[in-house]
Design a protein around this ligand. Structure first.
Ligand SMILES: Cc1cc2nc3c(=O)[nH]c(=O)nc-3n(C[C@H](O)[C@H](O)[C@H](O)COP(=O)(O)OP(=O)(O)OC[C@H]3O[C@@H](n4cnc5c(N)ncnc54)[C@H](O)[C@@H]3O)c2cc1C
Length: 484
């Protein structure tokens, strides 16, 4: 339990992913002690093949990393957006390399790196400088959160199924989409309040199924074995249509480390043929037919094919958020507090690359609020919720609408998106005071909050609607006068 002035110690953080390790570092740098992070995985760099996706840490995520002094370390182990080249490889082997056009060189450089490399960056900083303040317990799974005699109790199952119990004054739920901390708060508040119940918003990319195929660090890009891939290059390897099925593509994002396995994302409808293949041979044959430009059996090992066939992969979530971000358990002189951050309170498909960036921004805003309130949690947590909840709601609407058609689900809708994007760009170029840039570009501007981006986007859409109706009206009147 805490009193007003004893707040800066005895914290349990559930989840040692990006947001859990980031808040641990932030609190330690603010002078907090006795911080315990509970992480159910084995190690920080534990390789989970189906979670082996790459992050782009942009200016928004870097606000916290700048404050922690970690951006130079990030730059060292990542591929920067200035060096981001994409090679498209068609089924007939034709190639084209492009520099991605939507990177604005005036914006802060963003950095690409695998998830486990980023999580390890945060963990190594704890090991290097904050071991006295932070303890990270791996293979420690939070299985229950209880209120016991007006205190919080965290029950943890560790290696060999041993049970441990903690009684912290402050619990932070950074345990991702299926957060046990949020679900517990929801149970405590039901049926009177629904602050911790997720609200869902449909999107054209939610429900898509994804699996990650692990490839060797270097692999042949054609049937010539010395035609090797380059680790810092992104690839979009287009497939051929197989037996009336929709095509698949392999998407590979760049990596700095030449020894790191490459990962190819396969993202498609849940009823796609690839998810029905049950044997290694069926999958090998399907991939060989889809990608005649590649020497599939030289690239993908038998063990990887076995793993892929047996894996369930993942499904893009429905954009969702909850309005409650904190909970206070008060008694006469003391209190305990719970806070939720990252995917535990806002989760969505990866279309706009903001999952990890918004989680880091949560921690950055919390640090500002702690600074303003001199770490008084009774003041800080309500203020944080008031300041951040509008942004979270706007973020979910942006995730829903900004770029959900990018996975080749529907050719027509994708083309409509392209046209809409181009019109938005042109209108903004010629009438910048009237029309804001497309939301996809504004999101890269880390100085704009998600609320500002969403409001500007809504205003532009309204103006575009009025502009189109007026133009049609004028054309109609002109046409009518001309005929008369
Ligand atoms: C396919 C895919 C691609 C993505 N690509 C991008 C991208 O390009 N850019 C981007 O910004 N975001 C991307 N994201 C989203 C991003 O991964 C998440 O938003 C981000 O990881 C959120 O971090 P977090 O720490 O809040 O949650 P998580 O990363 O989910 O971490 C939660 C941690 O808590 C641990 N945990 C869970 N429950 C317990 C428990 N009971 N006890 C102990 N530990 C527990 C988990 O093991 C995990 O380590 C992508 C997501 C997916 C699925």
């Amino acid at each position: 339990m805490l009193t007003d002035k004893s707040g800066c110690r005895n914290v349990v953080i559930v989840g040692g992913g990006p947001s859990g390790l980031a808040i641990a570092l932030m609190l330690a740098k603010r002078g907090w002690t006795e911080i315990t992070v509970l992480e159910k995985r084995k190690t920080a760099d534990y390789y989970e093949p189906d979670k082996a996706f790459n992050y782009q840490i942009d200016g928004r995520g870097q606000k916290l990393l700048d404050w922690l002094g970690l951006t130079p370390n990030l730059a060292e182990i990542s591929v920067s957006s200035q060096e981001f080249y994409l090679t498209l490889i068609q089924p007939n082997g034709k190639r084209k390399t492009i520099k991605l056009p939507f990177i604005n060189p005036n914006r802060k450089t963003a950095y690409w790196l695998p998830r486990r490399t980023f999580v390890s960056l945060l963990y190594e900083e704890i090991e290097r400088n904050w071991q006295q303040q932070i303890t990270v317990l791996f293979e420690a799974k939070c299985i229950e959160l209880k209120q016991k005699q007006e205190q919080l109790q965290v029950i943890v199952e560790s290696k060999n199924s041993e049970l441990m119990s903690f009684t912290p004054g402050f619990v932070v739920g950074c345990d991702g989409l299926n957060s046990i901390v949020r679900q517990t708060l929801n149970d405590w508040e039901k049926p009177d309040h629904h602050r911790f119940e997720m609200q869902y918003f449909p999107s054209a990319s939610s429900g898509l199924r994804y699996q990650v195929l692990t490839l060797p660090p270097q692999f042949p890009l054609s049937n010539q074995l010395d035609d090797q891939s380059v680790c810092t290059m992104a690839y979009a390897i287009r497939g051929k249509t197989v037996e009336g099925q929709k095509k698949i593509s392999l998407g590979l994002l760049p990596m700095k480390n030449p020894d790191e396995p490459r990962t190819a994302n396969i993202i498609t409808y849940p009823n796609h043929k690839i998810w029905t293949l049950k044997t290694n041979e069926e999958l090998y044959r399907f991939l060989e037919q889809s990608f005649p430009q590649l020497s599939i059996r030289d690239i993908i090992s038998e063990s990887e094919i076995t793993r892929f066939v047996n894996s369930q992969g993942g499904v893009f979530p429905v954009p969702q958020f909850c309005s409650g971000l904190h909970f206070l358990l008060k008694s006469d002189q003391t209190f305990s507090a719970i806070l939720l951050l990252g995917d535990a309170v806002h989760c969505f498909p990866p279309d706009i690359g903001q999952g990890v960036n918004s989680a880091l921004e949560d921690v950055y805003i919390l640090q500002q609020v702690l600074e303003e309130t001199q770490d008084d949690l009774l003041l800080a947590l309500p203020l944080y919720e008031a300041r951040r909840s509008g942004d979270i709601e706007a973020l979910i609407h942006l995730a829903q609408t900004t770029f959900p058609w990018q996975y080749n689900q529907n050719w027509f809708r994708r083309k409509l998106w392209d046209i809409n994007f181009l019109i938005g760009l042109l209108l903004n170029r010629f009438l910048p005071f009237f029309f804001s840039p497309p939301a996809f570009l504004m999101i890269q501007d880390y100085q704009l909050s998600y609320q500002e981006i969403w409001h500007q986007n809504q205003r532009t859409n309204q103006r575009l609607f009025i502009f189109s109706v007026t133009l049609l009206g004028i054309l109609f009147v002109l046409g009518f006068s001309f005929n008369v």
